[in-house]
Write a protein that binds this ligand. Sequence first.
Ligand code: ARG
Length: 566
Amino acid sequence: NTRRNNMDYKQQVVTALSAVLGADLDAETISQLIEQPKSDDLGDYAFPTFALAKVRRMAPPKIAADIVAAIDQTDFDHVVATGAYVNFFLDKVAFAQDTLTAIAEQGEHFGDAQAGSGNVPIDMSSPNIAKPMSMGHLRSTVIGNSLAKILTKVGYTPIKINYLGDWGTQFGKLIVAYKKWGSEADVKADPIKHLLEYYVRFHAEAETQPELDDEARAWFKKLEDGDAEATKLWEWFRGESLKEFKRIYDVLGVDFDSYNGEAFMNDKMDPVIRELQDKHLLKESQGAEIVDLDAYGMNPALIRKSDGATLYMTRDLAAAIYRHDHYDFTQSLYVVGMEQKEHFAQLKAVLLEMGHEWANDIHHIPFGLITANGKKLSTRKGNVILLDKVLQEAVDLAKAQIAAKHPDLENQDEVAQAVGVGAVVFHDLKSERKDSFDFNLEEVVRFEGETGPYVQYTNARAHSILTKAAVQPDATVHLTDANAWPVLKQLAAFPDIVLRAATEYEPSVIAKYALRLAKSFNQYYAHTKVLVDDEELAGRLALVQSVTVVLTAALGLLGVKAPAAM
Ligand code: ARG
């Protein structure tokens, strides 16, 4: 009872070809040449013979015909020559049995792998205190959350770090503004709205009253030195903001292993600056201290301003070193927008200059910009998308649809939540990470076509078939139905898909796969009566059950729920 997976099937083809081509091509080359034809008519694997034309001094179609005549076909349904190609058709019954048995036995562990190991800190979400969470932070949150699940499945131990933007000169400004114009009741009622208001007002007034900037600097200095009043205010602003962020994380079903943000690095920067000095890497430039990165073709990294203040870069250096020392990582990921590409390239370069070879294991995982009506979003200019509202709108729409289609469904609110939130998350994850897209609410809360709810609905439909069945699924029953073939091939591809998503850090690989599997199952269901009582019934039910297992797993890797009924 050998369990075969996709790779083994390909290996069968390589072995059979090697036996007849051994003298002309090695197995490695054969393996690289093998293709997976787009159309089922051309078999499951195809071998192009062009590479042999020179050695054999023969036309490729003739070579293909010769190979077919000589090859051992026992492991295959059949092997044929089509033009210059040798097409391999797998034994479908055995393939079905292997695939469905593997899924039945492994359940949610189907597709698990040991592709790597060790701790992998994932810097994700990381919004800024006292400011609204942006669409960029949402992308970082859902991409990071999905990557954590994907990496777990292939053997790693992710550590989700919310590197809050909770430090910097802006907190001096915020304290000054609050003390001048703030109200405790307002902050309690709607913290981010009012804190942002104070901050915006500070900038407006500082234009005509530059002494405000001096006050702000003084207050930030107090904060850095641990002054009681400054610290108390800072803690309060941070706590109130975090409460609001956590509401969104709860709705999305995302949690973090650490909220150590920029402030946490406050007492960890001095040693870094000393190390830079000891290694003669700090240079003076217009009063500021920098690390020259000319050799890398990059702008210098700014480490300390002329007034002694540290910067975003200084804190990220301390954070990178802290993560290395504390987590002993095998990789360290930063899920941050494309616009910070240079920052992370500089970060890595400075660490390498310091002699930290492990910086090569740092990877910036960039993603594209979300615009609205073609314009860049900006909190200052009021061009914002409020996440709360988007999620609420999607959930309301789902609720209305369920009430209309499925009024007797028991846990309607729970399902509406899963569908509405699933729509938003899936929409974000189905386009390639690096693609930018224009935000369109109608598009995001759409439930038909290439959407999360479409996949969820397909899964629920498969569940309902199983509920109606009078017999148990049986993966060992011979399934000869040709309609099942495309579904089986999709199911068997899942382990490879998971690995690809992990190596490319690309959740969209999973999302697109889930759409393909759902589509192929719906096509199957449109052509085949599953619940007919014949000798293949239990086999068809095993297929349907496998679809629920794999769709649920795929959605799970995206952080999307898969309700059994909806
Ligand atoms: N708070 C930053 C921002 O909103 C993102 C932080 C990303 N992480 C990091 N280690 N720099 O732009």
